[in-house]
Design a protein around this ligand. Structure first.
Ligand code: GDP
Length: 252
């Protein structure tokens, strides 16, 4: 491509590389978008999956805040029943409602209660936090499938998204997790967290190429507003930060 475009200056070469990477990223998708799939009528249900510590609870808090600010009626379900306190803190921060079960209660029961409430009280969006224990693939699959069955029984078009949360700082390990979750359940999108540190998240390109799952949001810190919709152009430029002069690109 560099030869084709007759790029000679290092700046031009770098631009070609970035353009090409964005092209590759987009070609690896199947016409999917980075937008969240919303229900046509009734509550939109979004399931969050991912291993402990990746930033699942934090992401749900940020998303809840984002949609609440946009005027949506938001409900959280604490289906990771051994650790509901943190989600509760985020519900208060985002000023949204939450359904929790008793400690150690069946996550599926919490999901059932939350879906009922979402329907009865006309919520726009229900975010479901799931447990991140990864004992083995069979358990994980069973637990997720059970939750999904209950959700679909109550709202046939749901869940509208299954978002896998991945920690950008874990590199290759994030790819392994993505593979495991994708084999266990139909993941519809990725949220890549902790991109505010030194991690540049190049692993996204590998995940996209191997699994064809789009990144929908990125996490850029621990604060409630540190969440952005994913923009492939901006992201790839970010990967090359320091290598290319972004100002020069802007002025092109
Ligand atoms: P969970 O176990 O997947 O629910 O993870 P948590 O939401 O509890 O987050 C684990 C840790 O990662 C916490 O200390 C969060 O503050 C931190 N964290 C989450 N998202 C981000 C992010 O985008 N950037 C940074 N720097 N830290 C994050």
């Amino acid at each position: 491509e560099v030869k084709l475009q007759n790029a000679k200056k290092s700046q031009d070469v770098q631009n070609v590389v970035v353009e090409k990477l964005v092209e590759i990223y987009e070609a690896a998708g199947n016409h999917e978008t980075t937008a969240i799939n919303m229900a046509e009528t009734g509550p939109t249900v979004i399931l969050f999956v991912g291993v402990n510590g990746v930033g699942k609870t934090t992401t749900i808090g940020k998303m809840a805040n984002r949609y609440h600010q946009a005027g949506k009626k938001v409900l959280l379900a604490a289906a990771a029943t051994f650790a509901t306190e943190q989600l509760d803190v985020w519900a208060k921060r985002a000023d949204v409602d939450i359904v929790t079960g008793k400690p150690q209660s069946d996550p599926a029961a919490v999901v059932f209660d939350a879906v009922q409430k979402a329907k009865q009280d006309d919520y726009d969006i229900l975010f479901v936090d799931t447990a991140g224990r990864l004992q083995n693939k069979v358990n994980l699959m069973n637990e997720l499938e059970k939750m999904k069955r209950i959700i679909t029984r109550e709202i046939p078009s749901a869940p509208h998204e299954v978002l896998l949360v991945l920690d950008a700082t874990t590199g290759q390990n994030a790819l392994t997790q993505a593979k495991l979750f994708k084999e266990s359940t139909a993941v519809t999108g990725i949220v890549l967290t902790k991109l505010d540190g030194t991690a540049r998240g190049g692993i996204v390109l590998a995940i996209r190429n191997e699994l064809h799952v789009p990144v929908k949001f990125i996490g850029l810190g621990e604060q409630i507003s540190d969440l952005r919709p994913f923009d492939p152009n901006e992201f790839v430029y970010g990967l090359f930060k320091g290598l290319i002069d972004v100002k020069a690109l802007d002025n092109k």
